[in-house]
Ligand binder design. Structure first.
Ligand code: PLP
Length: 228
């Protein structure tokens, strides 16, 4: 059988060429493997190819995989909606949370981050399309929430995340640009912010052109998701 390039290798090349197009250093973009619904074995296969960062949406499923993969040195990102009763485990077990969209959740994550662990890295999830139905803080409220989150002792605010409404007309370029502008404004007072978590399988190249530092890839990496 001839060797075919794995999706991970192909995607790394795609990310590198998008960076090159945009005049950016390829190391400035992290590939986050979105592994919801995938088995621990599938994650292990990627880890064998050098993939460290994994993004999960469902707590119990994530905890099971963490246990199965405990021998490996992986970085776990929580990227799904957060209910209050899940914050304790999220604070204890994850390295990053991308989906903070209200102060109450941020406070709980900070209070429940175990002593002895480094502060939890968090991004504020922004509703870049200002849709009523979507999670994420409205653009107009980002600055106020960012200040409050940044003041919490056991969190490190790293930046912003968004899941734009799929807009096939411009591959979400407008939404990515709004998020990038918002981060750039925040950086006037919070220069340490360094993370723009945006871009998924269908639009990551555009997101990289617009400044993404983390692209979250599921189907491009693993194929179509099985029903859950
Ligand atoms: C599922 C998911 C992704 C990955 O989406 P794909 O289109 O499969 O790449 C990225 N981000 C979040 C928040 C998700 O829930």
């Amino acid at each position: 059988m001839p060797e075919t390039a794995s999706p991970l290798i192909t995607l790394r090349q795609d990310i590198a060429s998008a960076c090159q197009q945009a005049g950016r250093d390829p190391d400035s973009v992290t590939l986050l493997a979105v592994s919801k619904t995938r088995t621990a074995g599938e994650l292990a296969a990627l880890a064998d190819q050098g993939q460290h960062d994994f993004g999960e949406n469902y707590l119990q499923e994530a905890l099971d995989k963490m246990e199965a993969l405990a021998q490996r040195d992986l970085v776990w990102h929580f990227i799904g909606p957060i209910q209050s009763n899940k914050t304790r485990d999220i604070a204890a077990r994850f390295d990053w949370v991308h989906s903070v969209d209200r102060l109450k959740i941020a406070r709980r994550l900070s209070e429940q981050r175990p002593a002895g662990l480094s502060p939890l890295n968090v991004c504020i999830q922004v509703n870049v399309d200002d849709e009523d139905s979507k999670s994420g803080v409205p653009l107009a409220d980002v600055a106020a929430l960012a200040e409050e989150v940044a003041a919490l002792p056991n969190l490190t605010l790293r930046g912003l995340m968004a899941i734009p409404r799929a807009d096939s007309n411009d591959s979400n370029r407008g939404a990515f640009r709004r998020l990038a502008m918002t981060l750039s404004q925040l950086r006037n007072t919070m220069p340490a912010l360094d993370t723009l978590s945006m871009g998924m399988s269908a639009d990551f190249a555009v997101a990289i052109e617009e400044g993404a530092t983390v692209v979250r890839l599921g189907t491009a990496l693993f194929g179509p998701r099985p029903a859950r």
